[in-house]
Design a protein around this ligand. Structure first.
Ligand code: FEO
Ligand code: CA
Ligand code: CA
Ligand code: CA
Length: 694
């Protein structure tokens, strides 16, 4: 029976989440993950066991890392130290000349922390929404009408809660924007929403249609850095992908019994993608989109076969409750009921490749990249031209992965390149600190050697059809990747999210958002604070600066929080000059190699924002806030265009604060007045057309 109070039907208001994230976000984004037990109950050490072999290896790795540093490719990278095969992301391929190696040269007055219901940018800049939830994507889409939503309309309109954003210039003043739609927040989308059990079937279908992704054509406004949605003409590339779009499963696990269902006895086709969070692009111009908290969409895991429950549980799926909760999409599509279709959940949690330039193409779930709560996948090239994809598994105490293709990328050979992500080696990271454990005391105080740092190794899990994990076949390793990684002693991290390689220095940067569950006994040099509220950033320098290496050096250039908090660290930069930062989530680089960081769940009491920090030179660690997003929103994207005149951000879940509803919206962004908040992609630019940040 429906609860009379819509608010009270949602367990969200008691969320134990310790960041600034609202209870609504916890409920709809990740199914209250923080309220549940940690899924990783493996006894992996919080650093892989510091066994003798690792200790002896450390000296070798350290020497290798120092070699890389001496070559100017590492933490203190020198201008011009471009890796042999620097990342040719589509956006980065179109022109551009010299750079500063992430050395800074950024000149703008940092935006102060605030609680304003607008995008706040530095003096001299302005911003505008580019495309909003409900805006027509397909030419025959109706105009958005909050009060009269339909699933049919939503499937043609811009979806909800935009996350990953990437931009493909098309020459002239046009370009394509790809945007992930991570999740629906029915409590803000519908008046009087009373929870999944009481939702109308049309509301459920609208929710499914609000997921997925969008391709939209955009155009430059005059000669400025502003871009706007193209609203006329054929818009031949525009596309909506939803939770029902037919997709293929390819790679070594495709066709495995664990992927077969009544609707798909071949285990090779699946409808839709779910909870697509961050992502990346490939050198051949496609999008890689990560299915993250897919577990929350499935109900009645209690009715799944006993033999499969351990794996379901390892992915955060409830296998005990006999009372379905959450959105209840099973009410309109029974495949979400695991008691009837226990393998359906195995068909989510993949990296999905989408060709934004072919609206008729079938998106592909690449099983060779493993099944996780994929934050995203970002690519680079190894020295020999093989494709490397870095990936985080965004849950507390989960792991960091990379995939190295078997074959090399061949520029222009599209048919070949599109097979590269189907065969290769999947690795998981094990990190070791180089300071005595006693010096990592949980206060954030740097150890005697002055750095949280050490060495690491990429442990192979599977190569093509050959498993490296005892007791598991190659397909099982790919479908139950978390279980496989548990067995090889991977290092438990503080929510590893977006990870990207610096196209200038070759360093790899990983956002570790937070982990309120880490206990004092569980701190290690790579995750040095217990009850980690504010998160940190990890820098990886691959041996020989080669992305295909199996050894690396690492350090923490950024330990987040209020700079007045003694436990924070900004790469040794003067802390009186930096901006407070909390919960780093997405990372991106501009053409100069500066690190851009967006945040999710500011635990310092102000709105989330976008920050930029040089990673080399005298200004390494000089972190400044470039913009803040409206009340209740998280900053996603971000994307600095190659001409560095525009920065796109996804403003996800504006107004998603405790107690908010359509009757009492907490935000009116972007339309103002008394309007309902609409998740939207925005662009910021300098009013005189100057380079962003300069
Ligand atoms: Fe969807 Fe990990 O943030
Ligand atoms: Ca150290
Ligand atoms: Ca994210
Ligand atoms: Ca990114």
């Amino acid at each position: 029976m429906a609860n009379p109070s819509p608010r009270r039907t949602l367990p969200l208001l008691m969320s134990p989440h310790k960041s600034g994230r609202s209870a609504l976000t916890c409920e709809f984004r990740c199914g209250n993950a923080c309220a549940h037990d940690v899924s990783n109950t493996s006894d992996n050490a919080y650093f892989g066991d510091v066994v003798a072999s690792a200790l002896s290896r450390r000296g070798v790795l350290r020497a290798g890392a120092l070699g890389a540093l001496a070559a100017g490719a590492g933490a203190a990278g020198v201008a011009g130290a471009v890796p042999a095969a620097a990342e040719p992301a589509p956006e980065a391929r179109s022109g551009g000349r010299g750079n500063h190696g992430g050395r800074g040269g950024l000149r703008f007055a940092a935006v102060a922390p605030n609680r304003e219901d607008r995008i706040v940018v530095p003096e001299g800049y302005t911003s505008a929404a580019v495309v909003r939830w409900g805006d027509p994507v397909l030419p025959d889409a109706p105009a958005f009408d909050f009060e009269n939503q339909t699933a049919e309309a939503q499937a043609k309109q811009f979806g909800y809660n935009c996350d990953f954003v990437t931009f493909f210039p098309m020459g002239g003043h046009r370009g394509l924007l790809w945007v992930n739609h991570e999740y629906s927040d029915e409590a803000l989308m519908f008046r009087g929403y009373a929870g999944g059990t009481a939702a109308t079937e049309e509301q459920l279908r609208i929710g499914l249609a609000a997921h997925g992704g969008s391709v939209v054509e955009i155009e430059r406004v005059g000669r400025s850095g502003q871009w706007r949605l193209v609203t006329r003409g054929r818009r031949r590339y525009n596309r909506r992908i939803t939770a029902q779009t037919p997709m293929k499963l390819t790679g070594p696990a495709a066709g495995h019994d664990l992927l077969k269902t009544a609707a798909d006895p071949t285990g090779t086709t699946v409808l839709g993608m779910l909870n697509n969070c961050a992502g990346g692009t490939t050198p051949w111009g496609t999008v890689l989109s990560g299915e993250e908290n897919f577990n929350q969409y499935f109900v009645l895991g209690s009715g799944a076969p006993e033999a499969e429950k351990a794996a379901l549980k390892r992915y955060g799926i409830d296998t005990a409750s006999t009372t379905p909760g959450g959105r209840r999409f099973d009410r309109v599509e029974e495949r979400f009921d695991l008691s009837r279709h226990p393998h359906e959940a195995n068909r989510f949690g993949w990296i999905v490749e989408i060709d934004p330039f072919d609206p008729d193409s079938t998106p592909v779930k690449r099983t060779a990249l493993g099944r996780l709560a994929h934050e995203g996948a970002t690519t680079t090239l190894a020295r020999d031209g093989r494709v490397v994809a870095y990936m985080g598994d965004d849950s507390r105490f989960e792991y960091v992965y990379k995939f190295v293709s078997k074959k090399r990328y061949i520029p222009g050979f599209d048919r070949h390149n599109r097979t590269l992500l189907d065969e290769g080696t999947l690795y998981v990271a094990r990190l070791t600190g180089d300071s005595p454990a006693a010096e990592i005391d949980g206060t954030g105080k740097l150890p005697a050697d002055g750095r949280f740092d050490g060495s690491g190794e990429w442990i192979p899990l599977v190569t093509g059809n050959v498993s490296h994990v005892p007791g598991m076949s190659a397909a099982e390793v790919l479908i139950h990747t978390r279980l496989a990684a548990d067995k090889v002693g991977a290092t438990k991290m503080d929510r590893p999210e977006d990870i990207e390689r610096n196209p200038v220095t070759g360093g790899v940067y990983l956002a570790l958002t937070n982990n309120s569950n880490r206990t004092p006994a569980q701190v290690d040099e790579a995750n040095p604070r217990p009850a980690n509220k504010h998160g940190h950033v990890l820098e990886i320098v691959e041996q020989r600066n080669d992305a295909a290496s199996t050894a690396f050096a690492w350090s923490l250039p950024l330990v987040c929080g209020d700079p007045n908090d003694a436990s924070t660290y900004f790469a040794g930069f003067d802390k009186t000059k930096v901006s407070p930062i909390s919960c780093p989530d997405n990372v991106a680089f501009d053409r100069d190699g500066n690190l851009w960081i967006s945040t999710d769940g500011n635990a310092l009491g102000s709105n989330d924002g976008l920050f930029v920090m040089p990673v080399a030179g005298r200004e390494r660690g000089y972190l400044r806030q470039f913009l803040t997003v409206p009340i209740g929103a998280e900053t996603c994207g971000p994307m600095v265009t190659q001409d560095q005149r525009s920065v796109f951000v996804a403003v996800q879940h504006p107004g998603e604060v405790n107690g908010a509803s359509p009757e009492a919206p907490a935000s009116h962004w972007p339309d103002g007045g008394t309007s309902q908040p609409r998740p939207s992609v925005a662009v910021a630019w300098h009013t005189r057309g100057e380079k962003i940040g300069s």
